[in-house]
Design a protein around this ligand. Structure first.
Ligand SMILES: NC(=O)c1ccc[n+]([C@@H]2O[C@H](COP(=O)([O-])OP(=O)(O)OC[C@H]3O[C@@H](n4cnc5c(N)ncnc54)[C@H](O)[C@@H]3O)[C@@H](O)[C@H]2O)c1
Length: 218
């Protein structure tokens, strides 16, 4: 594995016996594939270089935070002929697979609407308190969180969005973290849990979107 943070490298070596590098380039000759699990706005830089080195890549969702950077990844995969997988893990969840099977069997007739509501957990601690709230590092909740939801709409509906209508408002959550919330043992809480959102909040905390998927599914 590769990790910039020395303490995390040491923990991986100790816990998993991993060979840990600071520079991911040093491990490329030793691996069959690489999982890119770094912050959203770093995906393209890593993925393009690794794909061009001919090593298959799994990139966590979202691919990156701008269309140009996402296109660069797709181009690197196509031009190098290297396998690329985008980490939409929710489509592999048993409940989502079952929904798709039920729809594909025709049990519920023709699907006209798919509706998803996503609650950001921990009082929004993960989304509004650090780089996740800063426009230059993140694309907002519609990209960070709703990337899952959009995939879960597209997958069972059997199509991709062709038209979008969206709006958001900027009032950030000021809700306190739940007082009896207990993080699981071993969970590294790197994000501050104070109630105030980042003073650099540049993303929209309350996005809503309506998508028209082909085959007239909304
Ligand atoms: N699919 C899911 O359910 C799911 C859930 C959470 C996060 N994610 C995605 O996973 C990614 C990581 O999220 P996170 O919350 O774990 O971020 P994080 O900031 O907690 O961890 C990212 C790690 O990457 C390391 N890193 C950054 N650049 C590096 C580089 N060049 N080489 C080696 N290490 C580097 C950082 O030091 C850090 O430890 C994001 O894209 C996020 O959207 C997906």
């Amino acid at each position: 594995m590769a990790e910039l943070d020395k303490a995390l490298r040491e923990r991986a070596e100790e816990r998993f016996g991993a060979r840990a590098y600071e520079d991911y380039r040093l491990m490329l000759g030793e691996v069959d594939a690489v999982l890119v699990l770094t912050p959203d706005d770093t995906h393209a830089d890593l993925a393009c270089e690794i794909l061009r080195a001919g090593v298959p890549v799994f990139v966590e969702k979202p691919l990156d935070i701008t269309l140009e950077r996402c296109d660069a990844i797709l181009r690197a995969a196509r031009e190098s002929g290297t396998r690329l997988h985008v980490g939409h893990n929710m489509r592999h969840m048993p409940v989502v697979r079952l929904m798709r099977e039920i729809i594909q069997r025709g049990d519920v007739g023709r699907v006209r609407t798919v509706w998803v509501r996503h609650f950001a957990g921990h009082g929004g601690d993960f989304s509004f308190k650090d780089r996740h709230a800063e426009r230059e590092h993140a694309g907002g909740l519609l990209l960070q969180k709703a990337a899952h939801d959009l995939d879960v709409v597209h997958w069972p509906a059997g199509g991709y969005t062709t038209r979008v209508q969206a709006f958001a408002y900027t009032r950030a959550t000021t809700r306190q973290p739940c007082p009896d919330h207990v993080f699981p043992a071993g969970f590294v809480q790197q994000r501050p849990s104070a109630s105030a959102p980042s003073p650099r909040l540049g993303t929209h905390p309350h996005p809503r979107s309506r998508c028209q998927v082909h085959r007239r599914v909304r």
